[in-house]
Ligand binder design. Structure first.
Ligand SMILES: Nc1nc2c(c(=O)[nH]1)N[C@H]1C(S)=C(S)[C@@H](COP(=O)(O)O)O[C@H]1N2
Ligand SMILES: [Mo]
Length: 255
């Protein structure tokens, strides 16, 4: 009888070759595991830099250079109709919001340079051109929600107060009045057309736990950068201190 015909040529592998190949694959696997383990141990033995182990912080910094190089200041984040906005808006993160706040005594302190600070009331900010914005708010923890905000674009605010020299610096720093939450924002993202000094949510003044009387809304960044209850704003060519970056997160936090 003849062999069954097949359109594929068949090859028989001898037991010896099979054993050799199996042994080789096994050795390769062990060497790979040992390498991965050694790398893991090495990374963990490295000193910390800015809240993250040094090699990991270096990776975050490299990502930051790549993302800022790719950042297109003219590209807008997708906007939604007001009807798409959540009525019940999630509250996340209460750092810097534990004290009570009073609209009459609250001021936005804008440090133009050391020893030269503007002290603005909420009405100073409300009289500037208002912009409504409905976008998909993204938190680094993995949730997102389409929400509706309004305020003055930070860029308009800076032009109105003649902060031209300041807008040529590399970073904006923001702090809560008690200085317990703080963020640093790169200037191109701060001056993006959708970045707002925000005082309204769903057409009403911000609730206390969402940053009353004034918060940052910066759609090109993850939630960690949307500082609630701004007390002080300053400008710097060095990276301002950043609450979550100090705890190992990405400083840039763009998406
Ligand atoms: N002052 C202050 N602002 C903050 C935080 C915080 O803890 N304190 N948390 C941030 C984080 S992680 C997120 S996701 C958003 C959440 O904003 P929301 O509470 O209005 O949803 O606020 C950001 N701003
Ligand atoms: Mo977040």
């Amino acid at each position: 009888m003849s062999e069954p015909s097949s359109s594929f040529p068949q090859q028989t592998v001898s037991d010896k070759t099979l054993r050799r190949k199996t042994l080789f694959a096994f050795v390769f696997f062990i060497v790979f595991l040992a390498g991965a383990w050694a790398t893991f141990k090495w990374v963990n033995r490295q000193p910390k830099e800015g809240g993250a182990l040094k090699p990991l912080r270096k990776t975050l910094n490299a990502n930051e250079r790549l993302f800022s190089a790719m950042f297109d200041a003219n590209k807008l984040v997708k906007e939604y109709p007001v009807s798409a906005a959540a009525k019940r808006v999630r509250v996340n993160g209460m750092d810097g919001l534990r004290d009570s706040v009073n609209e009459e005594t609250w001021r936005l302190h804008v440090v133009r340079s050391s020893g030269d600070t503007l002290h603005l009331t909420i009405n100073d900010i409300k009289k500037l051109p208002k912009k409504d914005l409905v976008f998909d708010f993204k938190c680094i923890e993995g949730w997102d929600q389409v929400t509706h905000w309004a305020g003055v674009p930070l860029k308009t605010f800076m032009q109105y107060y003649h902060l031209n020299g300041q807008s040529k610096m590399k970073y904006v720093g923001l702090q809560t009045p008690d200085k317990k939450y703080y963020v640093g924002i790169d200037m191109p993202s701060a001056l993006h057309a959708q970045t707002l000094l925000c005082y309204e949510m769903n057409g009403k003044p911000l609730p206390a736990n969402q940053g009353f009387p004034l918060r940052l809304i910066i759609p090109v960044k993850y939630g960690i950068k949307h500082l609630k209850r701004i007390g002080t704003m300053f400008f710097s060519n060095d990276k301002p201190a950043d609450f979550w970056a100090e705890r190992g997160y990405d400083y840039y936090a763009g998406h």
